[in-house]
Design a protein around this ligand. Sequence first.
Ligand code: G6P
Ligand code: MN
Length: 443
Amino acid sequence: MRLAILGGGGFRVPLVYGALVGDPLVDEVVLHDTSAQRLRVIASVVGAQQAVARREGHRAPAVRVTASLDEALRGADFVFSAIRVGGTEGRVRDERVPLGEGLLGQETVGAGGVLYGLRTVPVAMGIARRVKALAPDAWVINFTNPAGMVTEAMARVLGPRVIGICDSPVGLVRRAARAAGADPDAPGFGFDYVGLNHLGWLRSLTAGGRDLLPGLLADPAALATFEEGRLFGAEWLSALGSLPNEYLHYYYFRREALAAVRRSAATRGEFLHERQSAFFAAADGADGAVAYGLWQRARLEREQTYMAENRAATGGWERDPHDLDGGGYDRVALALMRAVARDEPAVLVLNVPGGGAVSLLDPQAVVEVPCEVGAFGARPLPVSAPDEHQGGLMLALKSVERAAIEAAETGSRAAALRALVRHPLVDSAAAAGRVLDAAGFSR
Ligand code: G6P
Ligand code: MN
């Protein structure tokens, strides 16, 4: 089997490659990127991973590199789309521009997420059209953020052939299970999660036929042992009655999260831009093993500093080694690929058209829900209906996504303004207009 990775020069590609080592599923990985330097560096890191793996007697897929999208797509069985349109410089602007108006800047949430989507959707849809023309039987796994909006846009071209992934729901489930004393890999373990990408809630956690979530939500000591428990705090969690995805911290603690972002010297995008530019410059031309070592260090630093502002806003705690090991999106992708390619049934939380599983949204609307996965693709499992609060936010965000897709497709400033102002974290149409001006969206 051949796997094409679009955004093959991306910083996290070695994670994906590492997950493939030792598994006979993929014979060849084709890396495609629009940046020659990034492609060169990541190919050399992956080459070093391959050499280490083979020396230790493991299978490791062959690697090919191409600057041509069409060449990457031809003959691909799976396509990972993990692009960053505008590079990390683009993320810096998406996050900085709204901050100038006192609005949250985050790559997937609030005005920042809308700006990132406006730039990314046309490119993602262009890729979807090339896949449809050149590899109509391939499965596309979308990693590109904002993943919900981008998957919704690509699904208009590819239908159920595109599946969006994120590691935050499975991370939440596993961390919560551990805190409740359950083994998420044991038979009989189950859970109920519903939402859109970066906007979801875990509503039950069953083991041995019993729902462990009410007990966990009423146990401050257990809540203090994992990321989401610490972020949201025992009082709010027991009042809410569910465990929110970590990105809901920007909604439930918007003033504290925003204040922490404004206080920190660099935004997340600025930090990553600086660190990754330094990594790519230092690794370019270096020996593969040296580049691999530099990458490992930069990767650890990235994980340790993840959501640092949100943690600063809630007491400034460090991430737990368990939190760094929530399952990883590379492993979600591999589990999905394995289930589809080998028709080995699995249940994974994925972003797919809901097909009626969430009845308050139309069947085409992409939702993030537990899915049954097999050779047929991913099919949403029945979930209990979102409550009024969950449903209200899901509808609001779906209308944001759809207005942003309309704006991205047509260039309509009015649609872009609707996307921004419909967002619950944007409090002024006047400020939203200025954000569009500052972002250069003038059509
Ligand atoms: C989580 C999110 C992803 C995000 C990643 C890295 O895994 O679910 O959507 O891309 O973190 O975030 P960062 O801020 O480090 O780029
Ligand atoms: Mn995500």
